[in-house]
Design a protein around this ligand. Structure first.
Ligand code: CMC
Length: 435
C-alpha cells in the first residue's frame, strides 16, 4: 500500500473481551479502507459483503470514481478533458503506462498497435466453426480465448516483455476480431485492417467496407467512434474487470483472462445494457406510451427495469452519459437525421425519470449506455454489435488492470470466503435405505 496507516479501527465482539485492531489506509482520493487481513486471525470471523459494495479488493492507480459527485478520472485526468482533447490511443497509453504520451511516444505506440492489427491467418478459419446467427459476443469470447493457442510467445505472465506484447496484441486485434464477427454474421468477406487509418477509422472501415468498392470513413463518425471508445476504456473494479483480475490472480494467461472479462461484460446488467436500451426504446415505440412503461418499471412485481439507468457507484449523473448525449446530437446532425423517434423517446424518458420520485429517491440517473445505442444505430451498427464494441474499448482497461495486478507484490490468488448456511455434518444413508 502506498501510504502508511494513519489510524486504526477496533472491533470488539459484544459481550466478550475479544477484539481486533485494524489499520486504516488512506487513498489519494475517496474513502479510506480498513485493512481486514488480520480479522480472521484476531477475531475468528470473516466479513460479509455480497456484490462487494463495501469491499476494496485491490490497490489501484488507474481510475478513480466519485459516484456522489459524478466524477471519473483516469490517472487523475477528468474524463471530459480526455474525451474532448485526446484520441483513444492516447488514453490507451495513459491507462497502460500511467502517463499521456509525448508526441514521440504517441507515434511509436500508434505504430506498434497498427502493426499488430492483423490476426493469425489460421485464427481466421476459427470463425467458420460458428453458426452464422451466433451472437458477436459468443464469437468474441471464443476467438479471444483461442488467441492463447496462437500467441504462446506472449503468454508468460512472469515476463514483463511478453506482458507488454500481449497487451499490444489484445488492444490491436480486438477491433479486427469484433469486425470479423460482424462480417461473418452478415455473410460478407472479412476486410483486412488498413495501416493508413487511425484506430477508430480502421474499425469503422473493417465493419462497413466491402471489397467491391472504395469506402471513405466519415470523419465525424470516426471522431464519435473514437470518443465512444474513450468513454468505455476503463471503469475501475466493475464486474468484468474484477473477473479479469480474479482469473489473472491464478496466473492464467492474459488472453484467457480477457476472454473471461468479455463473457462477464455480456450480461444485460453490465455491458449488455446498451443493446437492452435500444430494444426497450423500440418496445416503448412512441412517446405517449412512456407513462405506461414507467408504471411497469415502478411495479415491484414486473421485474422491468429502465435500462441505461442506475449504477452501482454513480448516485449522480454518469459523466460519460452527458458526453454521450452530446455526441449523439452531433452524429445525428452530421448524418442529417432530424427526426429520430428513438432519441425522442429517450429524451422524454430521461426528462420524466429525472423528475419522478421513484428515480430521485433511489438516485437513478442515466448511465453510459443510455445514449450510446442510438449513436451506434445511426452509424449503421446492428444492435447485436453494441456490446462487442464496448468489449473492444474495455480491452485496454482490462489489460491495464491485469498488468497492474501482476506487478503488485501484495496480490495473491483471489479466493473469497463464505458464510456457510447449509446442513450441519451428517452421515450418508445408503440408497437402498432412502425411502
Ligand atoms: N430501473 C428501475 N429501478 C432500478 C434500476 C433501474 N434501471 N436500477 C436500480 N433500480 C432500483 C432497484 O429496484 C432498487 O429499488 P428498491 O430499493 O426499491 O429495491 C434500487 O434501485 C437499488 O437497486 P440495486 O439493484 O440494489 O442496485 P445495484 O447497484 O445492485 O444495480 C445496476 C446497479 C446497474 C445493475 C442497476 O441499476 C440496473 O440494473 N440498471 C439497468 C441496467 C444498466 O443500465 N446497466 C448498465 C450499467 S453502466 C455500464 C456498465 O457498467 O456496464
Amino acid at each position: 500500500m502506498s501510504k502508511p496507516a494513519a489510524q486504526t479501527v477496533t472491533i470488539t465482539l459484544d459481550g466478550t473481551d475479544r477484539s481486533a485492531t485494524l489499520p486504516v489506509i488512506p487513498g489519494t482520493l475517496g474513502p479510506s479502507v480498513i485493512d481486514i487481513r488480520r480479522l480472521y486471525q484476531d477475531l475468528g470471523m470473516f466479513t460479509y459483503d455480497p456484490g462487494y459494495g463495501a469491499t476494496a479488493a485491490c490497490e489501484s492507480t488507474i481510475t478513480y470514481i466519485d459516484g456522489d459527485q459524478g466524477i471519473l478520472l483516469h490517472r487523475g485526468y477528468p474524463i471530459e478533458q480526455l474525451a474532448e482533447q485526446c484520441t483513444f490511443l492516447e488514453v490507451a497509453h495513459l491507462l497502460l503506462y500511467g502517463e499521456l504520451p509525448t508526441k514521440a511516444q504517441y507515434e511509436a505506440f500508434a505504430r506498434t498497435i497498427t502493426r499488430h492489427t492483423m490476426i493469425h491467418e489460421q485464427l481466421r478459419r476459427f470463425f467458420d466453426g460458428f453458426r452464422r446467427d451466433a451472437h458477436p459476443m459468443a464469437v468474441l469470447t471464443g476467438v479471444v480465448g483461442a488467441m492463447s493457442a496462437f500467441y504462446p510467445d506472449s503468454s508468460d505472465v512472469n515476463d514483463p516483455h511478453q506482458r507488454e506484447i500481449s497487451a499490444h496484441r489484445l488492444i490491436a486485434k480486438l477491433p479486427t476480431i469484433a469486425a470479423w464477427a460482424y462480417k461473418y454474421s452478415v455473410g460478407q468477406p472479412f476486410m483486412y485492417p488498413r495501416n493508413d487509418l487511425g484506430y477508430a477509422e480502421n474499425f469503422l472501415y473493417m465493419l462497413n467496407a466491402v471489397p467491391t468498392e472504395p469506402y471513405v470513413v466519415n470523419p465525424v463518425l470516426a471522431r464519435a467512434m473514437d470518443r465512444i471508445l474513450i468513454l468505455h476504456a476503463d471503469h475501475e473494479q466493475n464486474a468484468s474487470t474484477s473477473t479479469v483480475r480474479l482469473a489473472g490472480s491464478t496466473g492464467a494467461n492474459p488472453f484467457a483472462c480477457v476472454a473471461a472479462g468479455i463473457a462477464t461484460l455480456w450480461g444485460p446488467a453490465h455491458g449488455g445494457a446498451n443493446e437492452a436500451v435500444l430494444k426497450m426504446l423500440a418496445e416503448i415505440g412512441s412517446v405517449d406510451r412512456i407513462p405506461d412503461f414507467i408504471a411497469k418499471v415502478k411495479d415491484k412485481n414486473s421485474n422491468v427495469r429502465l435500462m441505461g439507468f442506475g449504477h452501482r457507484v454513480y448516485k449522480n449523473y454518469d459523466p460519460r452519459a452527458k458526453i454521450m448525449a452530446r455526441t449523439c446530437h452531433e452524429v445525428l446532425a452530421d448524418l442529417g437525421i432530424e427526426h429520430e423517434p428513438l432519441l425522442e423517446i429517450a429524451m422524454e424518458l430521461e426528462r420524466i425519470a429525472l423528475s419522478d420520485e421513484y428515480f430521485i429517491s433511489r438516485k437513478l440517473y442515466p448511465n453510459v449506455d443510455f445514449y450510446s445505442g442510438i449513436i451506434l444505430k445511426a452509424m449503421g451498427l446492428p444492435t447485436s454489435m453494441f456490446t462487442a464494441l464496448f468489449a473492444v474499448a474495455r480491452t485496454v482497461g482490462w489489460i491495464s488492470q491485469w498488468k497492474e495486478m501482476i506487478e503488485d507484490p501484495s496480490q495473491r490468488i483471489g479466493r473469497p470466503r463464505q458464510v456457510y448456511t447449509g446442513a450441519g455434518q451428517r452421515d450418508v444413508v445408503p440408497l437402498s435405505e432412502r425411502g
